[in-house]
Write a protein that binds this ligand. Structure first.
Ligand SMILES: O=P(O)(O)OC[C@H]1O[C@H](OP(=O)(O)OP(=O)(O)O)[C@H](O)[C@@H]1O
Ligand SMILES: Nc1nc2[nH]cnc2c(=O)[nH]1
Length: 183
C-alpha cells in the first residue's frame, strides 16, 4: 500500500558535492517534481508515527522541511514554525549554527515560547548536525520536544536523543539502497 517513498528512492540520481554522495529526491530536494500522492503517503506515515499528544506546534527547517511540515500542519491543524536561513531580528529570535556533511550556515528560530510542546520533523538526517542545532535552540527557548521524526535516515546518526524515521538508506556513488522501513 505504502510503496511510493521506497520505490522512488531506489531509482533516484546521485551527484557529488565534494566527496559527499548526495542523493536527489522529491522529498529532500523538491525536484524534479513533487507528486501529491508521494507527499500524501509521507504525510500519512508521519501522522501515524508521531506522538502528537499535547503538542502545540510543529517545527521544521527551511527549505526541505517546509512541504512536509505544511502537509502535517494541514492534517493536524497544528501551527507550524519554519526555522529560516534569514535573520528577522524579531524579539526572542535564536540564532543556530548548522553543520551538515557538505555545508555550514546560520539558522534562525522564531515563534517558540517557553513551555511549548513541539514535534520536530525533517526530510533527511545524515550527520545529524542540523537537528542537533535545532534541538539546542529549542532547549535554549525552554520548549519541550515530544517527538523527532525524519523521513529519510542515511547512515548512523546520533542526535543525542531518541528519534523516529520512516526509511533508512545507504548511499553509494551508484545509487540508494533501502536498508529498513518503519511502516
Ligand atoms: O544531518 P545533516 O548532515 O545536518 O543533514 C540534513 C540536513 O541537510 C538538508 O538541509 P540543507 O541544509 O542542505 O538545506 P535545504 O533543506 O535547504 O536543502 C536537509 O534538509 C536536512 O535539514
Ligand atoms: N537531498 C539530500 N539532502 C541531504 N541532506 C543531507 N544529505 C543529503 C543528501 O544526500 N541528499
Amino acid at each position: 500500500m505504502f510503496n511510493k517513498l521506497v520505490e522512488s528512492l531506489k531509482t533516484c540520481p546521485i551527484v557529488k558535492r565534494g566527496e559527499y554522495n548526495y542523493f536527489i529526491h522529491p522529498i529532500s530536494d523538491g525536484v524534479p517534481i513533487v507528486e501529491p500522492a508521494l507527499l500524501r503517503e509521507v504525510a500519512v506515515l508521519m501522522l501515524r508515527a508521531l506522538d502528537l499528544k499535547g503538542v502545540d506546534k510543529i517545527v521544521v527547517a527551511e527549505a526541505m522541511g517546509i512541504h512536509i511540515g505544511v502537509a502535517l500542519s494541514l492534517m493536524t491543524d497544528l501551527p507550524l514554525t519554519i526555522i529560516r536561513k534569514r535573520e528577522y531580528q524579531l524579539s526572542g529570535e535564536v540564532a543556530l549554527h548548522q553543520t551538515t556533511g557538505y555545508s555550514k550556515g546560520e539558522l534562525y528560530l522564531n515563534g517558540i515560547e517557553k513551555g511549548d510542546r513541539v514535534v520536530v520533523i525533517d526530510d533527511v538526517f545524515s550527520t545529524g548536525g542540523t537537528m542537533k542545532a535545532i534541538l539546542k535552540g529549542l532547549a535554549d527557548k525552554g520548549a519541550e520536544v515530544s517527538d523527532v521524526l525524519v523521513v529519510i535516515k542515511r547512515g548512523e546518526c546520533d542526535i543525542g536523543r531518541p528519534y523516529k524515521y520512516l526509511v533508512e538508506i545507504e548511499v553509494t556513488k551508484s545509487g540508494v539502497n533501502v536498508k529498513d522501513t518503519k511502516f
